[in-house]
Write a protein that binds this ligand. Structure first.
Ligand code: GRF
Length: 202
């Protein structure tokens, strides 16, 4: 059985690209991205999707109220019979209905070692805080902000010569490794949620 994936994006889409390549190279088997949805018309992620023959949908937030926008997303997800929903640089709060419908089958990537530095500009937060270790996290999405059960984390040391930009770049390199890895584990049915803990089944 093929796991049908949808990805929500707002911008550049480098994590989307890493997952597309993971599928195309056979690292993630039995899965396909069926649709990429953006809240920004000019998101480069939409172009990346089209380049790989994936449906790219722009939903304009200006055309809906909050609840209507969520319903519009859910309609597209339903239309593509989505099994797994991925957030990959999606910078808009999600409504509870989507979170409820995709409970335990929605993942997000966040550029910090959660629960530190939730929310926007996590790399900047870590840099300015003077953290010696930064990193990234793939987690299940729940109702809270960047708060769902953690699947994989990767540490990135903050070097004395780092700027916010160089740190962000090195974190991103690790994101491109752990997001495809988490998707692969999900698709292979190897993730089991036990309370806050995600157990890896063999
Ligand atoms: C990444 O740093 C991701 O962790 C965060 O937003 C950024 C998205 O980058 N949630 P991209 O669009 O995947 O290139």
């Amino acid at each position: 059985m093929t796991v049908k994936i949808a990805v929500l994006v707002s911008g550049r889409g480098s994590n989307l690209q890493a997952i597309i390549e993971g599928i195309e190279k056979g690292y993630i088997r039995n899965a396909a991205i069926h649709v990429v949805i953006s809240n920004k018309a000019d998101a480069y992620a939409l172009e990346r999707a089209r380049n790989h023959g994936i449906s790219a949908v722009f939903l304009d937030p200006k055309e809906y109220d909050r609840a209507g926008y969520d319903r519009a997303i859910l309609n597209v997800l339903k239309q593509y019979d989505t099994d797994l929903l991925l957030l990959a640089g999606y910078f808009r709060p999600l409504g509870n209905e989507i979170i409820e419908v995709y409970k335990n089958r929605m993942l997000n990537i966040h550029p910090s070692l959660l629960p530190a530095f939730k929310g926007l500009h996590a790399q900047k937060q870590a840099f300015e805080y003077g953290a010696k270790v930064a990193g990234c996290t793939v987690h299940f999405v729940d109702e809270g902000l960047d708060s769902g059960p953690i699947i994989i984390q990767k540490c990135v040391p903050v070097l004395p010569e780092d700027t916010e930009e160089t740190l962000t770049e090195r974190i991103l390199e690790q994101e491109h490794i752990i997001y495809p890895e988490a998707v692969r584990l999900f698709v292979e049915g190897k993730l089991k949620i036990e309370g806050r803990n995600v157990v890896f089944l063999s």
